[in-house]
Design a protein. Sequence first.
Lengths: 225, 225
Amino acid sequence: MNKAEILLIDDEPQIRKLLDILLVGNDYKVIHAATAKEGIMMAANHSPDLILLDLGLPDKSGHEVLKELRLWYTKAIIILSVQKSESDIITALDSGATDYLTKPFRTGELLARIRSSLRRNQTKSESSTFVSGDLQIDFVARIVTVNGIQVKLTLTEFNLLALFAKEEGKVLTHQYILKEIWGIGYQTETQYLRVFVAQLRKKIEMNPNQPFHITTESGVGYRFC
Amino acid sequence: MNKAEILLIDDEPQIRKLLDILLVGNDYKVIHAATAKEGIMMAANHSPDLILLDLGLPDKSGHEVLKELRLWYTKAIIILSVQKSESDIITALDSGATDYLTKPFRTGELLARIRSSLRRNQTKSESSTFVSGDLQIDFVARIVTVNGIQVKLTLTEFNLLALFAKEEGKVLTHQYILKEIWGIGYQTETQYLRVFVAQLRKKIEMNPNQPFHITTESGVGYRFC
DNA sequence: GCTGATCTTTATAAAATCTTTATACATACG
DNA sequence: CGTATGTATAAAGATTTTATAAAGATCAGC
């Protein structure tokens, strides 16, 4: 599981510092922006998993920033603000804020609300994908694409590729692969493996004669990268 | 658009009365429960769009109620509580609460947070209609049209198609589909599935011999797109 | 109980996939 | 160079999986 990336838009350096320590300490990846303009730009470039937005920015009203972000940004936006007026809260929530916390906030509560927001993001699209160069594997949907073009794999071909991807970089012995894909008792049928590796290469390698993803480790097995 | 239905679980009659007036006045349909037991039962029977849950119930801890509800209830649950201790808030949010408001709360803010939660519900769950090329499915009215022409589906056929549409793009295994449509214990009856897929294709595919919407993933299951 | 609709079960042909065989290529080593 | 070992690939054969029709069973409404 990768770290969730949080974009922090706040003009006060002390607050940014404080939150940075808090969030990094809780295993999030944090990126910073000090102004509205910078914040929107970073949101567009990084597409973070969650945005913490201070309403009191120097160059633009936080409500405007929120509206602008919501034109395209669909993940969680939590508002942090010294403003605790009801109208501010209502405006922000109705503009698409996920949550609204007033400063000073309790750090434990902030973390819990971040977890809650991230959790809801996730359930929406839980496609665990693997990417390596031109190759992309979606394990849940069982879709494999090469340069964006979908490739049709049979059951065994897909299982084999998924095994390779899970053990990326390692050398997998013939015996190990045969045991995992075909089961115990097939560990001497290396010819099966050769046939299926050849078929896989034909489907996923740009140039099957000089395989890039699945390389042969003669006498041992295969390596995927 | 139908009125959203809100289940209010609170033992204090005055609060229920107050909230009822507020919510009905804002065009929600409201149902009441005074105890944890009653609340869970009503949630199961009515499947409301949102639950307002008071933590201070007489018969069971609110945290327990929350956990019990979250075993199956996936829509929004907003906690109302006089407890403003941080640990209560954290526990509730981590148990799956959508939001947490401390009493006394401001009515405008409550309404805004309700709107926010309901909005998220909607985008998350499927919109009431699904469109893909020539095919259109109205989940509420249970009507399916192909090129604007209404198609008559039986109960099981419709359930199957709805399941496919909900999980668009993914491969659904035979077992999963059988469990969802026929229930646990039918997971080996793949022949049922084949028969119904063939019937569905005959009804919704332009060219049933070369199916476009429901494709076969041999040895695994089916994919809808 | 009858009727019509739907679901379940059976039978069989067709398609897809997996297994096996055959053969060619590559590399290392005496 | 010739042989041995390991590998790649095509293609034929065997097996599994799937599509479809159609017969039998079940159920609700009249």
